[in-house]
Design a protein around this ligand. Structure first.
Ligand code: GN1
Ligand code: MG
Length: 340
């Protein structure tokens, strides 16, 4: 970490830095003062994934300017600039940035109360709603085709041809299950034509919401994937990560269930902000959103397993295989829930 803090005008000897959070892509640390009070969040952008870190900084600056001007009371956490006026510090080919640590805020990793789901859904809905007057076309595309399900399926098919043959053999049940649900891809191709493109967060997991001590939502964070997109991405990822009491890391799939109160909370929270903006047709695809995102995540984890974990990495040999199986179990539960 040497040399980073001083570029933000901070004396290194006054701070302690420790790893923070549960993100899979970027590396994150908390910077606390000598008394251990958290002051800043330091992040290294994963450039294998985000090829143009400057584009992320550009987008956040645009959004910040718009929101500060149009909604000055809205809490938008923007990065600090260095003593030379940049949001990014470049050290040994890595890009780092620093955010304020919002006082008395906390994040959660697993949704325990419906109120948390409601609050989070309201915050993500509010984010898109407040930006409805902002021209999303100005945003740089930080991850091309990020939620293009058709392309994700093609990448899976490629992995079936060119991936690790041993892993392909061992994954035949999961592969069959993915193929069996291919209609989710076909449906995406037709329904997306009917959706409005809006400013979309694209990573609405619960750990990307800040809560206060009373568990009220304060704001959304992790804005690297904010791009023009469809509501099914944001609603779907909330269903993927709030409906079930265990996360994508759980190996015991018998714990994977759908909690109706949490489904209602997502719907009520999101529609309290976006109810008027969504078209009647979009509303008909509300449940599809969950299928879309859970299926895409299963596809991405399995594809990565077949490709020797090049994207997500793995803490143990079968890691992405387990995650893919977990997401397919979740998909099955959601489908049962939807059809009643
Ligand atoms: C990644 O880095 P993190 O944990 O915020 C991924 C998401 C996945 C998620 C699965 C840029 O998000 O799309 O849903 O892992 N982000 C990127 O946990 O690929
Ligand atoms: Mg993220």
């Amino acid at each position: 970490m040497k040399g980073i803090l001083c570029q933000f005008g901070l004396a290194e000897e006054n701070f302690q830095v420790k790893p923070f959070g549960s993100g899979l892509i970027n590396s994150t640390w908390q910077v606390a003062d000598r008394a251990g009070i958290p002051k800043y969040i330091l992040q290294k952008i994963n450039q294998d994934i985000f090829k143009q870190p400057g584009d992320i900084a550009f987008n956040i600056r645009l959004l910040d300017n718009y929101l500060k001007q149009s909604f000055p009371d809205y809490l938008f956490v923007s990065p600090f600039v260095t003593t030379t006026g940049d949001e990014l510090v470049r050290i040994d080919n890595g890009f780092y940035r620093m955010f304020p640590f919002v006082d008395n805020s906390h994040t959660v990793d697993v949704v325990e109360k419906p109120q948390q789901a409601y609050e989070a859904a309201r915050q993500f809905g509010k984010f898109t709603r407040l930006l409805s007057g902002f021209d999303a076309g100005q945003l740089k595309i930080t991850l091309p085709d990020f939620h293009n399900l058709t392309l994700r399926y093609q990448q899976f098919e490629l992995a079936l041809k060119a991936g690790n043959p041993e892993r392909i053999g061992q994954s035949k049940d999961l592969i069959a299950s993915i193929k069996l649900n291919k209609r989710i891809v076909d449906k995406y191709e037709t329904c997306k034509e009917q959706f409005t493109s809006r400013v979309t967060h694209h990573d609405t997991k619960i750990s990307n919401v800040l809560f206060n001590a009373e568990n009220n939502g304060l704001c959304v964070i992790d804005l690297d994937t904010v791009m023009p997109g469809y509501f099914i991405s944001d609603v779907g990822d909330m269903m993927r990560t709030y409906l079930c009491p265990v996360s994508e890391e759980e190996k015991d799939f018998s714990k994977i269930i759908i909690r109706k109160e949490f489904y209602d909370a997502i719907k009520d929270g999101y529609l309290s902000e976006m109810g008027e903006a969504l078209t009647e047709i979009e509303k008909q695809y509300f449940n599809y959103a969950g299928e879309f995102m859970i299926y895409m995540q299963a596809l991405r984890f399995l594809t990565d397993h077949l490709n020797n974990d090049v994207y997500y990495g793995a803490k143990y040999e079968e890691h992405n295989f387990v995650r893919a199986g977990n997401q397919l179990a979740l998909l099955q539960q959601l489908q049962k829930f939807i059809t009643g």
